[in-house]
Design a protein around this ligand. Structure first.
Ligand SMILES: [Zn+2]
Length: 304
């Protein structure tokens, strides 16, 4: 179990948020090309252990917002049972949290879940890892195992009682930098009527994944932070981004000199939605622009 307090937006204000990574039996799908979260899951975790970890995590701090990530689906009964979920809603309310943020694959969103959220008595936001609005990319490049229509169906059900956050993945494998930017911008337009907020997730290279194998052979480069900035500046809906592993070779990066500053601006933008925060200039920006053009012609990364 990991837990920490961070900042988060709540109704336009910046508040404290307790984030908990809850160990469960892990994602039922577990087949995406970029994900190895189940390496950290506990295949034999009982519901008592899941709830016990939750209680223990509460000792790490408090805030207005409570985020519970299972690295799978909160609404998958085998990960977190209905009974455990009800105990979590009750405890969260009792501890003074005003909002609960969870994640789920669309197939676990069903009528009982809508009723459950309605009865929970706490504001709920559900993140769904749509990754891209393109069924072709999602299926071939990510192997996600559900369609845009599946997302729309789940989102329509959830939005009767909750907020929906669409996760979009910046730079699935085999796309050039420019294709990745265009894919995200198109996806934002497509999800606009089906989600309340977008979370832009910049690819990081996980251990033991297809993406790692491509990366080790020089056939994959994580996205430039400049690309993320480009997307955030051009998005016309609420959008947040946490550049995990920003500035590391396995994570989204520029030239390794300006990364920390740009990542900080991305985090600040996520809290404020102020496009004026992007001030950093660096000589590597020209190399980024060049690779946007050159990769299109050569399919080769100029600047790893
Ligand atoms: Zn730079």
């Amino acid at each position: 179990m990991k837990a920490w307090v961070e900042k988060e937006r709540l109704h336009g204000e910046v508040v404290d948020c307790l984030t908990i990574i809850l160990p469960t039996r892990g994602c039922a799908w577990d087949s995406c090309h970029m994900c190895s979260y189940t390496l950290d899951s506990r295949r034999d975790a009982s519901q008592e252990e899941v709830y016990g970890s939750f209680l223990k995590a509460l000792e790490r701090g408090r805030g207005e917002v409570l985020k519970i990530f299972t690295s799978g689906s909160f609404f998958d009964d085998r990960e977190v049972s209905g009974e455990t979920r009800r105990r979590i809603y009750e405890k969260a309310l009792e501890e003074g949290f005003r909002k609960l943020v969870v994640e789920s694959r669309p197939e676990f969103v069903r009528e009982e879940i809508v009723e459950e959220i309605e009865e929970a008595g706490i504001e709920v936001e559900v993140g769904i890892g749509l990754e891209t609005s393109s069924d072709e990319y999602r299926s071939l490049l990510i192997n996600k195992g559900f369609t845009f229509q599946d997302f729309v169906r789940a989102s329509e059900m959830l939005r009767r009682v909750a907020r929906v956050k669409a996760y979009l993945l910046m730079k699935p494998p085999l796309l050039t930098e420019r294709e990745a930017i265009e894919d995200v911008l198109r996806s934002i337009r497509d999800v606009k009527g089906h989600a309340d907020i977008v979370s832009l997730n910049l690819m990081t290279v996980h251990r033991k994944t297809l993406v790692e194998r491509l990366w080790q052979r020089g056939a994959y480069r994580p996205p430039w932070l400049w690309s993320a900035v480009e997307v955030l500046k051009n998005a016309d809906m609420e959008i947040v981004c946490d550049p995990v592993a920003g500035g590391k070779s396995r994570g989204p990066h520029n030239c390794f000199k300006c990364d920390e500053r740009v990542a900080e601006e991305i985090r600040r933008f996520s809290l404020t939605q102020d496009k004026g925060v992007f001030e950093t200039e660096c000589e590597c920006r020209e190399r980024w622009e060049l690779s946007l053009e050159a990769e299109r012609l050569t399919d080769i990364f100029l600047f790893p």
